[in-house]
Design a protein around this ligand. Structure first.
Ligand code: C2E
Ligand code: CA
Ligand code: CA
Ligand code: CA
Length: 279
């Protein structure tokens, strides 16, 4: 359910992280997956319709399980969070994503951005700031080209700690984006306390944007309020031209979704999006 209450806007969704019993069978294999080099990153373009091109990519982890094939992060990320393995896995993701970005910059696509998802445990780990700083120093990537994605729920767990961690990251010059915006339980006004750059509108709102008046109203509200707060907005899960047109008509021109491309391996992204005539 979603409600708009007395001047502040609250978005609430009872759908919380579901963990399946089947996932338990992956637990042991997950322990070994990092050392066996079974993880890989896919990249999904983020486009800016104003600029008529891809401006960045989001790194999305995949697990190439020896018997099961590609396992969805929706299955193994919750498990990795539960076991604490998410911390080393998340550090691997950050290093891998930034070093891939460096390769693309070296090929001449030097204003491409990279968005990396952070888990709660990683975010609450004292060493995150040091690791991000080190990765930036090692690669020489301009900090403003790195976006770290956090969910509302992550930053609401312990708001004082979250604000201080975010301030430290912000000092490095990286961007902080709120992922899945609208599905958590916070108000836009409240978010003003956090040093954010971008709100990423959750794909469940975008899905029904042309069918459901409430979703449309909420999306319009998020876009308007974000702009009033000086934040960027990006819509995720854009699957059709109609959705893209609607969002553009509301001046939300940053988008990500199957309409443009699913997440793909680095080489496929290069082939489809990083040819020199686009650079
Ligand atoms: P997310 O961060 O919200 O990522 C977006 C998800 O939406 C991705 O699922 C992507 O494949 C999917 N998607 C993209 N465009 C569309 C579309 O047009 N329609 C639909 N229906 N879906 C679309 P994916 O890759 O399976 O990742 C699922 C979740 O797993 C992510 O959701 C994120 O929460 C988590 N995750 C993925 N990679 C990482 C990672 O490296 N670290 C952490 N901590 N979490 C990750
Ligand atoms: Ca994300
Ligand atoms: Ca998301
Ligand atoms: Ca999600």
């Amino acid at each position: 359910s979603k409600e708009v209450a007395g001047g502040s806007y609250y978005f609430y969704d009872e759908k919380i992280g579901k963990r399946t019993i089947e996932s338990v069978k992956y637990e042991n294999a997950l322990y070994r997956a990092l050392e066996r080099d079974e993880f890989t990153l896919y990249y999904q373009p983020q486009v800016d319709l104003c600029k008529h091109r891809m401006v960045g990519v989001e790194a999305l982890i995949r697990w190439n399980h020896p018997e099961e094939g590609l396992v969805s992060p929706d299955i193994f990320i919750p498990l990795a969070e539960q076991t604490g393995l998410i911390v080393p896995i998340g550090e691997w993701v950050l290093r891998e994503a930034v070093s891939q970005l460096k390769k693309w910059h070296d090929k001449g696509f030097d204003d491409l951005c990279m968005a990396v998802n952070l888990s709660a445990a990683q975010f609450e780990q004292g060493s995150l700031h040091r690791i991000v700083k080190q990765v930036l120093a090692e690669t020489g990537i301009r900090p403003e080209l790195l976006h770290l994605e956090l969910t509302e729920n992550q930053i609401m767990r312990n708001t004082d700690l979250a604000i201080s961690t975010m301030n430290k990251l912000k000092e490095l010059g990286v961007h902080l984006d709120i992922d899945d915006f609208g599905t958590g339980y916070s108000s836009l006004g409240y978010l003003q306390r956090f040093p954010l750059t971008t709100l990423k509108i959750d794909r469940t709102f975008i899905r029904d944007i042309l069918l459901d008046e409430d979703d449309r109203a909420l999306t319009d509200t998020i876009i308007t309020m974000a702009k009033n707060m000086g934040l960027e907005v990006i819509a995720e899960g854009v699957e059709t031209e109609e959705q893209a047109d609607y969002l553009a008509s509301r001046e939300c021109t940053m988008m990500q979704g199957y309409f443009f491309s699913p997440p793909v391996p680095a080489r496929k992204l290069e082939k489809d999006f990083l040819t020199n005539d686009q650079g």
